[in-house]
Design a protein around this ligand. Structure first.
Ligand code: ADP
Ligand code: MG
Length: 248
């Protein structure tokens, strides 16, 4: 079941123009993929569909053999066990009234994973490089980078196969961004990451494959090294030209 396939997916918000046009790609366990494109190209919308937060207008998304159907509770429980998300803003994505312990425990509760949860939470916090005493503190006591580590701990606590990350490092300053990318790289030894980003440099540092989205259409996809060396589509070349290289 370690395969998610997006098959000719189209989507639009209400009656407005369609936002995704017949998009197709696969996510295989063990291959990190970067979904890149300018702001408004449909990256977050794609992620919403992949998370079951919205349904394709046409086309399907499969997890293994099964069609992703947000109304199928049995499927969604299996799917959420395998697929977790990290969002862009580490301020709004963490409930300020909850202790880190309760924030990180959310998937364990939602998936009804039997306890005790505390050692599992401690392990997740250690994996993202937070001190042990973080567990009993509140989000406001942490910096932006540390908050993103909390969000990542929540995403990995149930040991999913896939992490879908929407601009997960975009809001961070450069040095923090590099450290979080390193953390994601480390985690991707055991989990596969789909990283949505407008920043090709971040994607290049983490992902073996790249998918380029222009106005809701996939215009190019392939191995990162190939695309960086020989971008085929003018839009990809434009993206490459506009992004400064991330220092190694
Ligand atoms: N909730 C929404 N309602 C209507 N239009 C939306 C909504 N969310 C996004 N859009 C539109 O869909 C397009 C793609 O947006 P989005 O998926 O957020 O792109 P990206 O993440 O690449 O910046 C944009 O034109 C955006 O204005
Ligand atoms: Mg977005």
């Amino acid at each position: 079941m370690s395969l998610i396939s997006v098959e000719s997916v189209s989507f639009g918000y209400g009656r407005s123009q369609s936002v995704l046009h017949e998009a197709s790609f696969k996510l295989r366990a063990g291959v990190n993929v970067g979904l890149v494109g300018e702001s408004g190209s449909g990256k977050s919308t794609m992620l919403r569909l992949l998370l079951g937060l919205a349904r394709p207008e046409s086309g399907v998304i499969r997890y293994g053999e099964d069609v992703l159907d947000p109304r199928d509770r049995g499927f969604m429980r299996r799917y959420r066990r395998a697929v977790q998300a990290v969002f862009q803003d580490p301020y709004s994505s963490l409930d300020p009234r909850q202790k880190v312990e309760d924030i990180v425990a959310e998937p364990l509760r939602a998936l009804r994973i039997p306890g005790p949860h505390r050692p599992v939470i401690e392990a997740a916090l250690a994996d993202v490089g937070l001190p042990a005493d973080a567990i009993s503190r509140y989000p406001h006591e942490f910096s932006g980078g540390q908050r993103q580590r909390i969000a990542i701990a929540r995403a990995i606590v149930a040991r999913p196969q896939f992490i879908l990350a929407d601009e997960a490092v975009s809001a961070l300053d450069l040095s923090t961004r590099i450290r979080i990318v390193d953390l994601l790289k480390d985690l991707s030894k055991t989990m596969t990451i789909l990283l949505v980003s407008h920043d090709l440099a971040v994607v290049a540092a983490l992902c073996e494959e790249i998918i380029v989205l222009e106005k809701g259409r996939i215009v190019e996809s392939g191995r990162t090294a190939d695309i960086l060396k020989q971008p085929q589509h003018p839009y990809t070349r434009k993206l490459l030209a506009s992004v400064p290289r991330m220092p190694a």
